[in-house]
Design a protein around this ligand. Structure first.
Ligand code: ADP
Ligand code: ASP
Ligand code: MG
Length: 396
């Protein structure tokens, strides 16, 4: 029986009919190496953002269920077109939605989590000799509602299918040669990393390095699936994310940034209000970081929130819980990740002020240090730190 490979092609790789045809050729080439192939696709180019704009043109507060019905269309367009392109090359291919592929999720619209994968239909199609194209970013809840997995969620679809099918490899293709030491669009000196541990990748992804989705990495870690991040159509080896990554000689493996985060600060917060606020975040798909509360019942509460598309809702939730002045915008974060990252902190705190970048707050975790700076200084801070900490120079 031949081995199964799961590939995922991101939005930029399928942005036009020409690019889809190119992907079809790459898929067929891999198939001709003798593998069973499952190919997960994202929506074409900016299709998801365009669908969100359409909804916002109808109403400022679209219903979350209907929003999921709308957004899943983006990936369905890609899957059908790719199946047609592969058939045109003389190979059998069939497209399946997340629901048809047996991706069962929680009921939480817009940020559902995969609970289970029942890939019977996918397996039947593979057994029949077809290339199976799966629409990423979507599933069906145990209440039989169509759900989406949060932005960048096609990565999670791919890893979950690779685990369920006991695949030989999970390959994530995008517009970059793997995971770099920093976002190459912002830090031109960034270099690709040959390998990373799950923990390091999770820390980078949760701090804003969108090359891989954090939930996908979490899933891969849990199921011990190696992820190969590569550039579509490139011969470069890319990055492998797995349990035993190379022993890093450097204190910092990588730098991630977020240009905009919300900061919540309430000096006299009641425990009940803190609870209510944290509960209100779940349906918004927002995970607070660096939460502190000085209890037992009343005291200072602080947290940070990645804002993405839901800033108005987050601001309103903070206002409801703690009053009109609790939510602060205008900040961003730089996160340094590495096993010995603490060693880099003194230099970071020295060079940023030298470049007139004020550090408002510092948070240190086991393998990461996060620095809060003004939004408009975040990208400069990433470049300054990448250079002064010699992140590119000392990688394995
Ligand atoms: P896709 O649409 O294929 O899923 P994404 O746009 O989600 O691709 O992710 C790829 C982008 O991630 C790159 O274009 C790059 O700008 C950004 N990125 C951020 N941090 C990193 C990093 N450390 N390494 C590589 N790319 C990164
Ligand atoms: N199309 C979705 C998004 O833009 C999912 C994905 O690309 O992974 O977030
Ligand atoms: Mg992505």
């Amino acid at each position: 029986m031949s081995q199964t490979v799961v590939q995922k092609y991101g939005g930029s790789s399928v942005a036009t009919p020409e690019k889809l045809k190119r992907v079809a050729e790459l898929v067929v080439a891999r198939r001709n190496q003798g593998f069973n192939l499952v190919v997960v696709v994202s929506a074409m180019g900016d299709a998801t953002d365009e669908l969100i704009e359409k909804a916002n043109a109808i109403t400022p507060v679209p219903d979350r269920r209907e929003m999921d019905m709308l957004l899943t269309v983006g990936e369905r367009i890609s899957m059908a077109l790719l199946a047609m392109a592969i058939r045109d090359l003389g190979h059998e291919a069939v497209s399946l939605t997340g629901s048809q592929s047996g991706i069962i999720t929680t009921a939480s619209h817009a940020n559902a989590r995969i609970m289970e994968v029942r890939p019977f239909r996918v397996q039947d199609e593979l057994d029949a000799g077809r290339v199976v194209i799966v629409a990423g970013y979507q599933g069906v809840s145990y209440k039989r509602e169509i759900t989406t997995l949060g932005r960048g969620g096609s990565d999670t679809t791919a890893v979950a299918l690779a685990a369920a099918l006991d695949a030989q490899a999970c390959e994530i293709y995008s517009d970059v040669d793997g995971v770099y030491t920093a976002d190459p669009r912002v830090v031109p000196d960034a270099v690709p990393l040959a390998s990373l541990s799950y923990q390091e990748m999770q820390a980078l992804a949760s701090a804003g390095a969108k090359v891989l989705n954090p939930q996908a990495v979490e899933f891969a870690k849990h199921r011990q699936i190696a992820i190969y991040a590569r550039k579509t159509g490139s011969q470069a080896p890319g990055t492998v994310v797995r349990r035993d990554a190379a022993n890093a000689p450097s204190a910092v493996r990588g730098i991630a940034h977020r240009t905009r985060v919300g900061r919540v600060r309430a000096d006299e917060a009641d425990l009940a209000d803190v609870q209510a606020f944290l509960r209100a975040l779940t349906p918004l798909g927002a995970s607070p970081t660096d939460v502190t509360f000085e209890g037992p019942y009343r005291g200072a509460f602080r947290c940070m929130l990645p804002v993405d598309d839901v800033e108005d809702e987050l601001r309103a939730a903070a206002k409801r819980a703690f009053g009109p002045t609790a939510y602060h915008d205008g900040s961003g974060t730089i996160t340094l990740v590495g096993e010995r990252v603490g060693e880099a902190l003194p230099t970071a705190l020295e060079v940023l002020p030298q470049h007139r970048i004020a550090v408002a707050q510092v948070f240190a975790g086991a393998i990461r240090v996060t620095l809060v700076v003004a939004s408009d200084r975040v990208e400069d801070a990433a470049r300054v730190l990448h250079e002064s900490l010699d992140v590119a120079g000392v990688q394995a």
